[in-house]
Design a protein around this ligand. Structure first.
Ligand SMILES: *Cc1c(COP(=O)(O)O)cnc(C)c1O
Length: 224
């Protein structure tokens, strides 16, 4: 494996390499640099290298860090990748350009209300509890068609599907299942994305159709 000089170039090279067997264009894959827990001084070097898409999992943390960074780098695109509490919907809609964890009808209602009030439509991925784990966020596979319908009826732009596979099991079958669910629900290719793959498995996710990979540790090192 070729080694790049820095983690960002390395991750980009790995994405490009994973694209080859899948006959995909690396330009079709958005690398989301997951900067949760990272202070601004760790984020700036990536911005200086041209990275513009970042992911945070807490509204409050992002509110503290990003307004100042955005003044310096106005073309930043900020994605909310973590659970959203309904009472944070307005703040989420104001700050983020994309939301990855729409997973229940009550959140559809809260986000739609916030988007109407702000007159701002924020694309949302619908998170699927792909391993049917009790503790995990995401809608049940069986509830997905209805949730997509509810989101669309509420005028929320549906960006595609998102998943976090069970920890410590081969993730490929879960990525393949998410891609199948997207296709079954008319969310494939032109009409929708797949937000899947993290530091340990983003190359596998790319081979199986990911359009958005969420990578933290591989870019920033271990979180404190
Ligand atoms: C933290 C987080 C990531 C990034 O995880 P790494 O293993 O550090 O790459 C991706 N997605 C979600 C939803 C996260 O919370």
């Amino acid at each position: 494996m070729e080694m790049a000089d820095n983690p960002l170039d390395q991750v980009r090279a790995n994405i490009a390499r994973a694209c080859k067997p899948a006959r995909r264009d690396p330009a079709d894959i958005t690398l989301i640099a997951v900067s949760k827990t990272q202070p601004a001084e760790r984020i700036v070097p990536l911005l200086e290298q041209g990275q513009r898409v970042f992911g945070e999992n807490r509204v409050q943390e992002a509110q503290g860090k990003w307004p100042a960074l955005r003044e310096a780098y106005p073309d930043v695109e900020l994605h909310l990748i973590g659970q959203v509490q309904s009472n944070k919907a307005e703040e989420a809609v104001a700050l983020f350009d994309c939301i990855h964890a729409l997973d229940r009808a009550s959140l559809v209602t809260a986000l739609a209300k916030a988007m109407n009030k702000a007159e701002r439509r924020v694309p949302c991925f619908i998170q699927v509890n792909i391993g049917e784990e009790e503790q995990k966020g995401g809608c049940a596979i069986g509830d997905l068609p209805q949730l997509i319908e509810q989101a669309r009826a509420a005028n929320i732009p549906v960006a595609g599907l998102m998943c976090i596979p069970p920890f410590d099991i081969e993730p490929a079958p879960f990525f393949a299942l998410l891609a199948k669910l997207a296709a079954d629900n008319g969310l494939d290719r032109d009409s929708g994305g797949l937000s899947m793959g993290m530091s340990s498995d983003y190359e596998t996710a790319v081979m199986l159709g990911a359009t958005h990979v969420r990578v933290g540790t591989a870019l920033f090192g271990d979180r404190a």
